[in-house]
Design a protein around this ligand. Structure first.
Ligand code: SAM
Length: 733
C-alpha cells in the first residue's frame, strides 16, 4: 500500500526481463552436473580482485541504487540434519534444491557485502565455488567478519547451485534456517578443519571466560554460544547463576528478550547479584512490551536499591508506556520531535490497541471491527511497526534504496522492501515465539511449510515473509505531519501530495483492515508508529475499511492483480452502473480541469463543474464525488482571494458535500451576517478535509462575515487529527 512500484521507470522493466531471461537459461541447465569447476587459485584471485576493489571504494555512487533479485520461491529445509545425506560440491546438480542433502564447507576468502554476503568456499575435496548468503545481519548489527570470516565452517542444508552472474556455478542460500554457522571447535566440523580443545582445560569456567572475552569484544552471538557450551560442563550452582546472568545480557544485546528473561528466571537463586538479576529482568520485560510487569519489578528494585537512579528513571518510562498501552494516552508532541531527531525513527513508545478486534469478514477473509461505538477522530490503534525499513529521502542514503525484482510474480518495488524482508526474517529467527504474529497474516495462495522448528533451530521461510510483506506492508513518510503539513504549507488543499513512499513497514494489526474506496478509517504515521483513527461516527461491530491506494490514482485494477479482489464498494458499484459515456465525460472534464484549472477564471471552472455534476446519478451524500471535491475547493480558494467570502463558503460547503459530508447550517447569505450552528450530520471521506474546513473558517472570518469561523476551525481540528494522527501540531499551522 502506497509503495513505489517503479512503474514510471522503463529500465526496471528491462531488469525484470533480463532476470526472467536468466531464469530461463538456468532452467535449461537444470539437473546437470557441474561441467567445469574453476581452479581454486583462479576463483580466489578473481574474488579477491573484486573484494579489494570494493574495499577501496566502499562508498557507492550516490545515484547508484542496488538491485535485489528474488529467485523462484522454494521452501526452507524442514528435515533434521541427522536424516540428511552429506554431499560434496561435485555431487550437486545445477539449479536443483537438494532437499535430502547438506554440505559442510569452509570459507577461504574474506567475506564481502553486496545485497547478500559473498565469499569463496571449499569442501573437503578442496573444490571451490562462491557462496551467497541472503538476509543475514547488517554490518551495524554484526560485522560481516564475525558472521562469515575467513576460515568459518558452515553447514548448508538444501544446497542450491545456480549459475552466477559471471557464468560460473555458485551456491545461493535465502533461508536463514538453511545455514548453520559452526564454531571452530564444533564436533560437526570435519577433523581436518577443527580446532580441538584439550579435554583437561574444558570446564564450565573455561567456556564462561571465553564467553566473557567475546562479550567484551562485542561479539554477542559468539559469547552466547560459549556460555551455552559452559552448561554442558557441569557448572556449580553459583557458576550457573553467573553464566545465566551473563548470557542474559548478551541476549539483551541481540534483542532476544524472551531468552534473556528465561535465563534470569531460571538462574538458581542466590544472595549475590540480586540487583543485576533484577536489572536484566526489567530490561527484558520492557523489551517484550510487558510494561505492567516491568513496572512491578522496577518498584521492587527501587525499594531494594533506592540509590539506583537508572531503575528510578526506567520506572518513570515504564509508567508512561502503561498509559500509552492501556489508555492510548500519548505525548504526541514528543513523538513528533523524536521522529525527526532519531535515525532511523524507531521510537520508544507502546502500542495501543483501542476498541477494535479481528473478526471474520465473510468473503474478504478476516477484518478489523470496532468493539464499541466511536466518534469521528477517535483513536482506534497506535501501533509500533513489527519491522520498519527507513529510507532517508532527504539524504538519499542509497544503501537503503533497493529495487526489488520478483520475476516469479512480475513485481518491481523501489524502496525498503528488500530490507524489510531481511528485518522480519531476522526478527523471527531470533524471536521464534513472535512468528505467528507475522505468519498468520494474509499470504494469498502461498503454501507455507508446517514445521516451525528443526533440531532446536527455528524454520524461517523467506519467501513466505516476502509474500506477506508484498500483501500487507505499508509505504510511509517519516511523519505524516512533515510530508503533508510542514512541507505543504497551511491551507493549501491538494490531493496531489506525494503518497508513494520509499520507507515501509509491517504493522500486523493494521494489516487486517480490508480495502474500500468508501473508507471509514485513516492511517497516519509518526516514525515507526501508525496511528489509526475513525473518520466517521461508527457503531460498535462496524468493519473498518480504508483505501489501499490514494484516490485519484488510476490504479483500481491493482487491487485485482496484486491483492486478488475487485472492490465492490458503493463508489465502485456506482461506477459500474454508470453508463460508460457519462464516465468518459467525467474523465474528460477532470483531465481538462487538472491541466488548465489553475489558470481558469472561477466562472469557467464553475461551468465545467456544473457539467461534471451531470455525470453523477446519485447525490454526494449517498455516493461521494471524489473526482470533484478538489476542484470545488480550489474555486473556493480563488473566491477567497478575490474577497468574495459568500461564494467561497458556498463552494467550500459544496466541496465538503462531495466528500460525503452532510451538514446543517453554515450557509452564508450574499448580503447579511451568517450565524447559528454548523451541525455535521454525517462525516465524509478523510481526504484532507481539514484543509477544506480551514478554507471555510477563513471565509467566515473575512471582514463583513464572522461567527462560524471558530466552529469550522473546531471541525478542521478533528479532521486534522484524523489525517495527521494528532492535533497538538494543529495550532502551529
Ligand atoms: C492486507 S490483507 C487484509 C486482511 C485479510 N482480509 C485477512 O484475512 O488477513 C489484504 C487481503 O484481504 C482481502 N481483501 C481486502 N479488501 C478486500 C475487499 N474489498 N474485497 C475482497 N477482499 C478483500 C484480499 O484477499 C487481500 O489480498
Amino acid at each position: 500500500m502506497d509503495i513505489d512500484t517503479g512503474s514510471d521507470m522503463p529500465e526496471y522493466f528491462e531488469m525484470l526481463k533480463w532476470q526472467k531471461e536468466n531464469l530461463r537459461k538456468g532452467e535449461a541447465k537444470k539437473g546437470k552436473k557441474i561441467e567445469f569447476m574453476a581452479p581454486r587459485a583462479a576463483t580466489v584471485a578473481k574474488f579477491m580482485f573484486h573484494h579489494m576493489a570494493r574495499q577501496q571504494s566502499p562508498a557507492r555512487d550516490r545515484n547508484q541504487i542496488s538491485t535485489s533479485f528474488l529467485p523462484i520461491a522454494y521452501p526452507p529445509s524442514t528435515t533434521s540434519l541427522a536424516e540428511l545425506k552429506k554431499k560434496m560440491i561435485k555431487d550437486l546438480q545445477m539449479e536443483v534444491h537438494h532437499k535430502d542433502a547438506f554440505l559442510v564447507v569452509r570459507s577461504i576468502t574474506p567475506p564481502t557485502r553486496m545485497t547478500g554476503i559473498l565469499t569463496v568456499i571449499e569442501d573437503e575435496n578442496e573444490h571451490v565455488v562462491t557462496l551467497q548468503l541472503y538476509n543475514q545481519e547488517k554490518e551495524t548489527e554484526r560485522p560481516v567478519a564475525e558472521i562469515l570470516g575467513e576460515g568459518t565452517v558452515v553447514i548448508l542444508k538444501n544446497p542450491y547451485l545456480k549459475t552466477m552472474s559471471d557464468g560460473n556455478p555458485g551456491l545461493r542460500v535465502d533461508h536463514l534456517s538453511d545455514v548453520i554457522l559452526l564454531a571452530n571447535h564444533d564436533e560437526r566440523v570435519p577433523s581436518k578443519w577443527r580446532i580441538s580443545i584439550p579435554k583437561s582445560i574444558e570446564t564450565a569456567l573455561f567456556w564462561k571466560n571465553l564467553g566473557n572475552q567475546f562479550f567484551g569484544a562485542a561479539q554477542y552471538r559468539a559469547a552466547i554460544e560459549r556460555y551455552t557450551e559452559a552448561f554442558k560442563h557441569s557448572p556449580t550452582k553459583e557458576e550457573e547463576r553467573i553464566i545465566r546472568l551473563n548470557r542474559s545480557v548478551a541476549f539483551l544485546k541481540t534483542q532476544q528478550f524472551e531468552d534473556a528473561l528465561s535465563d534470569v528466571e531460571s538462574a538458581p537463586a542466590g544472595p549475590n547479584l540480586v540487583e543485576k538479576a533484577l536489572d536484566r529482568k526489567t530490561q527484558a520485560l520492557y523489551g517484550l512490551a510487558r510494561y505492567r510487569e516491568c513496572s512491578h519489578a522496577l518498584k521492587d528494585m527501587c525499594q531494594k536499591f533506592p540509590e539506583n537512579a537508572t531503575a528510578r528513571k526506567r520506572l518513570t518510562h515504564s509508567i508512561e508506556r502503561i498509559k500509552e498501552q492501556e489508555h492510548g494516552l500519548y505525548d504526541f508532541a514528543r513523538m513528533q520531535r523524536e521522529a525527526l531527531a532519531t535515525h532511523p525513527p524507531h521510537l520508544d513508545f507502546a502500542t495501543y490497541v483501542g476498541p477494535v478486534e479481528v473478526r471474520p469478514a465473510s468473503s474478504k477473509g478476516r477484518g478489523l471491527f470496532t468493539t464499541k461505538a466511536v466518534k469521528a477522530g477517535d483513536l482506534l490503534l497506535c501501533e509500533k511497526a513489527f519491522a520498519h525499513a527507513f529510507v532517508d529521502t532527504d539524504l538519499m542514503h542509497q544503501q537503503d534504496l533497493t529495487v526489488l525484482i520478483d520475476p516469479e510474480r512480475d513485481l518491481i518495488t523501489v524502496g525498503g522492501q528488500a530490507e524489510l524482508i531481511r528485518l522480519v526474517a531476522q526478527k523471527l529467527y531470533q524471536n521464534p515465539s513472535m512468528a505467528t504474529t507475522v505468519t498468520e497474516l494474509h499470504h494469498g495462495s502461498y503454501k507455507p511449510v508446517d514445521v516451525s522448528e528443526v533440531d532446536g533451530i527455528p524454520v524461517v521461510d523467506t519467501f513466505l515473509i516476502s509474500r506477506i510483506i508484498s500483501l500487507n506492508c505499508f509505504g510511509c513518510p517519516l511523519t505524516t505531519y512533515e510530508s503533508e503539513v510542514a512541507n505543504a504549507g497551511r491551507g493549501s488543499p491538494s490531493m496531489d501530495v506525494e503518497k508513494i513512499h520509499h520507507s515501509c513497514g509491517l504493522w500486523p494489526m493494521a494489516s487486517y483492515i480490508n480495502h474500500s474506496c468508501d473508507s471509514n478509517a485513516n492511517r497516519a504515521f509518526i516514525g515507526d508508529f501508525m496511528i489509526v483513527r475513525a473518520t466517521r461516527d461508527l457503531e460498535g461491530g462496524t468493519e473498518l475499511k480504508w483505501r489501499y491506494y490514494q484516490p485519484g490514482l488510476d490504479n483500481k485494477k491493482d487491487t485485482r492483480s496484486h491483492w486478488g479482489f475487485q472492490c465492490n464498494c458503493i463508489i465502485c458499484a456506482d461506477d459500474q452502473a454508470t453508463p460508460p459515456q457519462m464516465l468518459a465525460e467525467r474523465k474528460r472534464l477532470k483531465t481538462a480541469l487538472k491541466e488548465q484549472g489553475s489558470s481558469m477564471r472561477p466562472g469557467k471552472i464553475e461551468s465545467m463543474l456544473a457539467k461534471m455534476k451531470l455525470t453523477y446519478r446519485k447525490p454526494p451524500s449517498e455516493i461521494p464525488r471524489l473526482d470533484m471535491c478538489n476542484f470545488q475547493i480550489n474555486v473556493a480558494i480563488k473566491y477567497l482571494k478575490n474577497n468574495q467570502p459568500a461564494k467561497a463558503v458556498e463552494r467550500g460547503l459544496e466541496a465538503l458535500g462531495s466528500l460525503g459530508f452532510v451538514m446543517e447550517g453554515g450557509a452564508m447569505p450574499e448580503s447579511g451576517i451568517p450565524s447559528g450552528t454548523i451541525l455535521v450530520k454525517q462525516w465524509g471521506q478523510d481526504c484532507e478535509s481539514y484543509k477544506y474546513w480551514r478554507v471555510l473558517s477563513n471565509a467566515y472570518g473575512m471582514p463583513g462575515a464572522f461567527g462560524l469561523s471558530s466552529q469550522a476551525e473546531n471541525f478542521a481540528k478533528i479532521s486534522y487529527k484524523v489525517c495527521i494522527g494528532e492535533d497538538v501540531s494543529f495550532d502551529r499551522h
